[in-house]
Ligand binder design. Structure first.
Ligand SMILES: [Zn+2]
Length: 102
């Protein structure tokens, strides 16, 4: 094992990985057509449009008061491809909090 081996969050794509072996997934442009415009698209990294649409919602959730659904348009960065449009749903995840009573 080399000394540079490091499990960390990639500064480019934000994924946790062994950075010495890591290759970022392809970049995508993404925006929310209800609140933004293609000119203000963010860049996110993922292997397909669906994954990137989910990631976009996750990262922008709190800005819109945690809605249950968001429409997200995505396309590969630097392309003139048609925007793929996704309806993304957010699901609450159960959390378990223990309180000691005695
Ligand atoms: Zn990366």
């Amino acid at each position: 094992m080399s000394e540079t081996r490091q499990y960390d969050k990639c500064p480019t794509c934000g994924r946790w990985a062994w950075l010495d072996k890591h290759t970022c997934p392809p970049p995508w442009e993404c925006y929310d057509p209800d609140n933004s415009e293609p000119d203000y698209a963010d860049t996110l990294y993922g292997y397909d449009g669906r994954e990137v649409a989910e990631l976009y919602f996750e990262q922008n959730d709190s800005e819109y008061d945690y809605p249950d659904e968001m429409t997200v348009c995505v396309r590969p960065s630097g392309s003139d491809a048609a925007w793929e449009k996704y309806e993304v749903e957010a699901e609450a995840v159960r959390q378990y909090n223990a309180t000691k009573v005695e």
